[in-house]
Design a protein around this ligand. Sequence first.
Ligand SMILES: [Zn+2]
Length: 325
Amino acid sequence: MNPQHSTTAGTIPAAYRRGEDEPGDGLDGGTGGGKSRGSVDGNGQRRVLDYAPAPQPLEHPVIDNHTHLDFRDGGVEVSVSQAMDAAEAVGVAGAVQVGCDLESSRFTVQALETEPRLLGAVAIHPNEAPLMARDGTLEAALAEIEQFAAHPRVRCIGETGLDYFRTADDGIERQQYSFRRHIDMAKRLGLALQIHDRDAHDDVVRILREEGAPQRVVFHCFSGDAALARICNEQGWYVSFAGTVTFKNAANLREALAVTDPERMMVETDAPFLTPHPYRGRPNASYMVPYTVQAMARELQVDAGELASRLTANTEEVYGPWTQV
Ligand SMILES: [Zn+2]
């Protein structure tokens, strides 16, 4: 077996290991990737840049419903196929690659051409949209997103939504306008919609109701409480849990998990961000999904393999099957 491709539980997958002589400041981007994450966290502290060891494989395949393969971290160069090989080795059979702007949406379509374990989502992120609207470039960008969305393996418009944490008051109206346009696009194209909701639960729900939600709506990296999870159950919206559900201070997310309709539950990484406990702060990747599934299963007191099976069925209901017929 080629050690370059090996992934063994308890060790860092070979493709994610840093060489001894590499400084690994987290700043070197990868080929084809647009962005890389810095080596300092939001509080100005240096992050641990080593990837986490691979988890025990799940008994049933699961799918990472939201990842950013173009976003490099940890100072290593990992190709799309290496990332999916490491994931598959621990039972993560596929992923939704998510574009957030024109560059990463273009990357997404290219990745879909070469990697059968991926389906795609494309959009202008709610933090980008107000800037583009102000510059007068949003309409042309939305037209281009719609062209990317015509690719048969793009199955979703997202991530779109509202982010009141990072957008100043004067950008909110433009953000809401962009959200409405993405909802409209998903409905016209018959695609799913992935919602980014940060500190904006009430307005996200209100605008979805005003516009009329697409048939399949996913709250990516669910950040609400049990009350919002109940609204999602009532509306038939999907609730996707990220590594945040494992964080010590996230009791509200575990309360939400406990009341979420099992038929509407999904799992994701949002890699390279939101690495599950006990590796919080390190780089994230699709191969770490089993940590989150295991934590969800413990919380729900169900078998992890059965939960994985349920999550995969839900995910394929939203995006269609991963296996090519
Ligand atoms: Zn994301």
